[in-house]
Design a protein around this ligand. Structure first.
Ligand code: TAP
Length: 454
């Protein structure tokens, strides 16, 4: 096992040294998870539910510790990090209600009784990105465990600390050993083993579309079940009949949340041409007002980017001749800071307009009418989220139905709610997480016919 150091992105100082799991160690952990699953699946539903509630309570009583750890490891503002730790508790609590509700069907047939069972899959491999280490871990972990699977999670190499702590909290809460294991290390080593190992029956991957495609190809060899949550290039569509003041005041928070390192970032603002000037006038102070700075301070709204290399990749989208309409502020000195930037007018072939930047860069593009807005919004291989601003309810519904994306908000930039489904159209993903149906993604339906013949 080789260890490595994780850095605080706001200070560039070391936070911790983490053991990097080897391929052989990953195999051993998967084997342990396979054995543990045989017992875990037969734990009585009520007892499995109680254990998940105890796990949620344990997370709750350590929420501040987890939030502080995320501030140090990921540079998330403390307010956001507290919400994220709370999300782990809430997702566990929500799916703690599932074991006793994993009901099958009785289907009428001649000559017997036909029933269905929701059987667990076995070992589930979770591959988590660095942008939201806690919530994304919980979205896969909680329903997988509730359905009777064991889970081997691989956090992102740069941000493993909260996942590792949550793994300890699971044991402290009384979850049997090896039911939930966290293996820090490299995607190319640990993540790849999860994909290749035949005992892992399902992969839940959140990350880039590029790596997601490789994982899908790897899973295909074993017809391995797969959920993919990938990139996005979502549109924030502002119609002339909307509350322009509110649309402009909230637009920065629809894209610069988590410094734009958010798959749901509304990174293309589309504005009806007749209100473009008014919108831009109101957007400028809103962007300048985003509080960028020390993430440990309660008033901070935006922290640093995750790493020096990621900052360099974001900076490539803003070359010297980029059409910067205006820019916010960011601290000087150590830390991977990047001030929020609005690009306009932007060419429709510019990489900042067509590619996922995953940083605090947003473009503004005018449109003429409803049909034009829909066409521009859909002109991307992605389809994860988006917002529609209008006072016309008929238009809101028409546009919401026409935009090819998995999660839309009207007159808001709502974040993910754990009790509603989340996932992408097109190259933004495959399958859905969260909400009442997530258990379907962690179970197989078994049909059993029992003859009543004498
Ligand atoms: P990736 O580079 O794709 O990494 C995601 C995870 O996959 C990391 O844990 C990574 O490990 C691992 N990985 C890398 N190569 C692998 C391989 N060959 N086999 C198995 N696992 C491998 O993404 P990222 O840069 O961390 O995250 C940003 C991307 O995630 C963005 O595109 C964003 O849109 C997307 N994202 C999507 C969503 C949803 S819900 N749709 C949510 C958040 C983020 P290492 O850390 O060791 O590289």
């Amino acid at each position: 096992m080789t260890s490595y150091t994780v850095l605080n992105p706001a200070t560039e100082q070391p936070v911790s040294t983490v053991p990097g799991t080897s391929s052989e160690e990953a195999d051993a952990a998967i084997a342990r998870a396979e054995v543990a699953q045989r017992t875990w699946r037969s734990v009585a539903p009520g007892d499995r539910a109680s254990l998940l509630r105890a796990f949620a309570a344990q997370v709750d009583s350590h929420a501040e510790e987890l939030a502080r750890l995320e501030v140090a490891n990921s540079g998330h503002p403390i307010g956001a990090a507290r919400w994220e730790a709370g999300q782990v508790r809430d997702v566990l609590q929500y799916y703690a209600g599932a074991p006793e509700r994993l009901i099958g069907k009785q289907i009428p047939v001649a000559g017997g009784l036909n029933v269905t069972f929701a059987e667990p899959l076995g070992v589930v491999g979770l591959i988590v990105p660095w942008n939201f280490p806690m919530p994304i871990l919980s979205w896969g972990m909680a329903p997988a465990l509730a359905a009777g699977n064991t889970v081997v999670a691989k956090p992102a190499e740069m941000t493993p600390l909260t996942a590792m702590r949550i793994g300890e909290l699971a044991l402290e809460a009384g979850l049997p050993e090896h039911v939930f294991q966290v293996l820090p290390g490299k995607g190319s080593v640990v993540g790849q083993r999860l994909v290749d190992h035949p005992a892992v029956r399902k992969i839940v991957f959140t990350g880039s579309t590029e790596v997601g495609q490789q994982i899908m190809a790897g899973c295909a060899k074993q017809v391995k079940r797969l959920t993919l949550e990938l990139g996005g290039k979502s549109a924030n569509i502002v119609f002339a009949d909307s509350d322009i003041e509110r649309a402009a005041a909230t637009a920065p928070y629809g894209v610069f949340d988590n410094a734009g390192q958010d798959c749901c970032a509304r990174s293309r603002i589309l504005v009806q041409r007749s209100v473009l000037e008014e919108f831009m006038e109101r957007l400028e102070p809103a962007v300048e007002g985003v509080k960028v700075g020390d993430p440990s301070l309660p008033g901070t709204e935006m922290g640093p980017l995750i790493s020096a290399s990621h900052r360099a990749s974001v900076a490539k989208y803003v070359p010297d001749d980029a059409p910067v309409a205006f820019r916010g502020t960011a601290p000087d000195g150590p830390g991977y800071w990047f001030a929020p930037i609005v690009l306009a007018p932007i060419g429709l072939t510019a990489p900042a307009y067509t590619e996922e930047v995953f940083g605090p860069v947003v473009t503004v593009t005018p449109f003429e009418d409803e049909a034009d807005a829909i066409e521009i919004a859909n002109d991307t291989p992605y389809g994860l989220s988006g917002s529609i601003w209008t006072a016309n309810i008929g238009r809101a519904i028409r546009v919401a139905r026409a935009v090819e994306t998995g999660n839309l908000s009207v007159n808001s930039h709502s974040s993910v709610r754990y009790w509603t489904p989340f996932g992408g159209f097109k190259q933004s993903g495959l399958g859905r997480e969260l909400g009442p149906d997530a258990l379907d993604a962690f179970t197989e339906t078994k049909n059993v016919f029992i003859s009543t013949q004498e």
